[in-house]
Design a protein around this ligand. Structure first.
Ligand code: C2E
Ligand code: MG
Ligand code: MG
Ligand code: MG
Length: 283
């Protein structure tokens, strides 16, 4: 009976494996044609200044549906990375964001920067800076309308090369932040040397604020570290007023999360801009 049980379990394991492999192949096939078929979209999530309540910018987030509906970036971005598709898709993201910034400016919207997430593969791309500057030029926007979000692992795998790329981006007036801060390994001496503007505290540390005393301690430490290096701090994944109150009390500069706004299609961001325009007119 034990042997039979084992065999049944082996079968189940094998069929789960097969399902995973099949899913992965289907994703890969779908993603290979998605760019040509114009299936990618961008959603834009706002960021808010804690002290003034003002809109400080947006983050562009990639969206893709397969035949069954939306697929999470956590599932498809790694496939784009493994297959190298992240290079053309990443270039499409940069160009699309530049075009969107142009359109928003033309519509008279406040000039807030838009952040783009970069993958390690893109960051190692020889012509990354050229791609970015050409995209901005073609859209007729200043590169300073752009920000890039990088991860610790990306920067620390080759700190000297990273520093060179960061300096070229910085020289063009582009904002630079570290995403998901606290989940990777950062060398403090490099944090000091890199020309960064902000650290984004990973939402894992924000979720259980203010009740979780360890997360509270980590959040305070990150805010103190960032400020002592002259960097702004943005908390990710802020969903409720108690989290915001705790972050405000501890000096966090900006928040992003469902409390202030979900990622939205570009046309729906107009409502956020409209609120801003009203406030700025009244002020
Ligand atoms: P990220 O850059 O850290 O983006 C934040 C993620 O948290 C987004 O998930 C966003 O929808 C989600 N989020 C925002 N506010 C809240 C909140 O209050 N609560 C919760 N639970 N979640 C919130 P999304 O869009 O699924 O993206 C996941 C990750 O995929 C991103 O993490 C980023 O690493 C990657 N990604 C997304 N777009 C791109 C892209 O264009 N290029 C690259 N290379 N990576 C991307
Ligand atoms: Mg990000
Ligand atoms: Mg993040
Ligand atoms: Mg991330």
């Amino acid at each position: 009976a034990a042997k039979q049980h084992g065999r049944a379990r082996g079968c189940r394991f094998r069929s789960e494996m097969n399902a995973r492999v099949a899913r992965r192949l289907a994703l890969e096939t779908g993603l290979r044609s998605a760019l040509d078929a114009s299936e990618f979209r961008l959603a834009y999530q706002p960021k808010q200044d804690v002290a003034s309540g003002r809109l400080t910018g947006f983050e562009a987030l990639l969206r893709w549906n397969d035949a069954a509906g939306p697929v999470q970036p956590a599932e498809f971005v790694p496939v784009l990375e493994d297959t190298g598709l992240i290079l053309p898709v990443g270039t499409w993201v940069i160009q699309s964001v530049c075009a969107q910034v142009r359109a928003w400016r033309d519509a008279g919207m406040p000039a807030v920067p838009v952040a783009v997430n970069l993958s390690a593969r893109q960051f190692q791309q020889d012509d990354l800076v050229d791609v970015i500057l050409a995209a901005a030029r073609n859209a007729g926007i200043s590169p300073s309308a752009l920000e890039f979000e990088l991860t610790e692992s990306m920067l620390m795998s080759d700190p000297a090369a990273s520093e060179g790329v960061l300096r070229r981006l910085k020289a063009a007036g582009i904002g630079l932040s570290i995403d998901d801060f606290g989940t990777g390994y950062s060398s403090l001496s490099y944090l000091k040397r890199f020309p960064l503007d902000a650290l984004k505290i990973d939402r894992a540390f924000v979720r259980d604020l203010p009740a979780d005393s360890e997360d509270l301690a980590i959040t305070r430490a990150v805010i103190a570290l960032a400020h002592s290096l002259g960097l702004r701090v943005i908390a990710e994944g802020v969903e409720d007023a108690a989290q915001l109150a705790s972050l405000r009390a501890n000096g966090c500069d900006e928040i992003q999360g469902y409390l202030y706004g979900e990622p939205l299609p570009a046309d729906q961001c107009l409502a956020i801009f409209a609120g801003e325009l009203r406030e700025r007119t009244v002020a």
